[in-house]
Design a protein around this ligand. Structure first.
Ligand SMILES: [Zn+2]
Length: 428
């Protein structure tokens, strides 16, 4: 009797365990072939190969890529379309959000009014960087206005619906770093494997990137109006190479993500022992830029980066990104800053808890117009120090001697609802 029970329990445990192992969540990728149906995307006609339409090329590449991914049992592939039809942009992002995908890859082809440009580009969500890429936004977003369903979606957009709220809240910059990582792998493979010309990884405000609650990239695989490149895009060899380069980039990306999260049980392999990295003596922050202008969180000038510490010194605001005492993280932070567009960023060492001997830190509560007595800042800090310089009113509060204490003080002030303050270094 006892033995019998034990056997039952044992087999029950076995079922539980195998369920656990085999139901390990697969890595879900949504593949989005740009355009389709009545929306042809960019297209050109050539004497030898006839009409080349973006919607056909994107579908061919996506189906090839999907085939490669489906052969790998780590992946679950969802297509926004598998035939020549046009799902709206909202249909595409809703599908991705509903299926709680881990990655969204949108495939497109470029076109230019001029015949010169060629090469590949990858876009990740972010503030528009410059006007030269405006054409891409126009072309890839335009479709929204052609589509009745989208008009309704945008017209009756309900910010309280959990789906839109989640997508909107999370899109800000949570996925920027992962998206940049994948974008970098894709462009590198185009260059190194396929010997193509990469125009780079850019940030752009595009619907299919903005509305997704997961890392997302939009790949412009080449220019349809460039004679040589369009022949490559239309060829089976070209499509195969592009699909394979994106596939390899996804594999590298997943490896990097698994490493970060400790890997999943189903695919765990014994890894060679790595020497443990020792912390450095200094903390490192990445100096993005110095400017006489003050930019608050979310300002396009900060190119979508978060975790920015501003320190004002001699009238200049210095913008520092991230903080770490590990060399490997410092290098990743620097790369992230450069990829985001801060080409001249560099790492600066800070000795932890170092006391200033030639001055102190204070918190700049406000710079700008004169505050009146019942402004929230003056209500909370009646004895804030006031200064006026060149017609600008400055209000500062507190006196501490280490950067760590200044950060602490700034947090206390923020807890009282006073945002966008700046740590200021004052020399005696
Ligand atoms: Zn397109």
């Amino acid at each position: 009797m006892y033995k019998q029970n034990f056997k039952i329990i044992l087999s029950f445990l076995f079922i539980l365990l195998s369920n656990f192992i085999f139901s390990q969540k697969k890595f879900t990728i949504v593949l989005d072939a740009g355009h389709g149906g009545s929306d042809h995307g960019a297209n050109r006609s050539y004497n030898d190969i006839g009409r080349v339409a973006e919607k056909d090329i994107t579908l061919a590449i996506v189906l090839k890529l999907g085939n490669m991914l489906e052969k790998n049992k780590d992946f679950k592939v969802i297509y926004t379309r598998k035939i020549d039809e046009y799902p709206s942009l909202s249909d595409r992002t809703n599908l991705a959000n509903r299926s709680k995908a881990d990655l969204f890859v949108s495939v497109h082809c470029n076109a230019s009014g001029r015949s010169g440009p060629y090469g590949t580009e990858t876009y990740v969500q972010g503030p528009d960087q410059n006007d030269t890429n405006l054409e891409v936004a126009k072309r890839e977003n335009d479709v929204i206005y052609l589509d009745e369903k989208d008009k309704q979606t945008f017209g009756s957009y309900d910010p309280s619906s959990p789906e839109s709220l989640i997508a909107l809240k999370l899109q800000q910059s949570k996925y920027l770093e992962s998206s940049l990582l994948l974008g970098g792998f894709v462009e590198n493979n185009f260059v190194n494997k396929d010997k193509r010309f990469s125009r780079g990884v850019f940030q752009k405000n595009l619907h299919v990137l903005r509305m997704n609650a997961m890392p997302s990239v939009l790949i412009e695989t080449g220019f349809i109006n460039h004679p040589e490149e369009s022949h490559y895009l239309a060829s089976d060899k070209g499509q195969e190479e592009i699909a394979s380069s994106i596939y390899d980039a996804i594999i590298s990306y997943k490896k990097a993500v698994d490493r970060k999260s400790g890997g999943s049980i189903a695919i765990k392999k014994p890894e060679p022992e790595k020497p443990t990295e020792l912390p450095l003596k200094n903390d490192f922050r990445i100096l993005l830029m110095s400017s006489p202008m003050k930019f608050n969180d979310g300002d396009p000038a900060l190119k979508g980066l978060n975790y920015i510490l501003q320190i004002k010194e001699n009238g200049q605001y210095k913008y520092y990104y991230g903080v770490t005492n590990m060399a490997s993280v410092r290098d990743i932070n620097l790369k992230t800053a450069k990829d985001a567009g801060f080409r001249n960023a560099f790492a600066v060492g800070f000795m932890p808890n170092q006391k200033l001997s030639t001055g102190y830190y204070t918190i700049e509560l406000h710079a700008g117009e004169k505050l009146n007595g019942n402004s929230p800042i003056l209500l909370a800090y009646k004895n804030a120090e006031r200064n006026k310089e060149n017609g600008v009113f400055y209000y500062t509060y507190g006196k501490v001697y280490t950067l760590e204490d200044a950060v602490k003080l700034q947090k206390e002030i923020e807890a009282k609802g006073i945002k966008n303050t700046v740590i200021q270094k004052v020399y005696k």
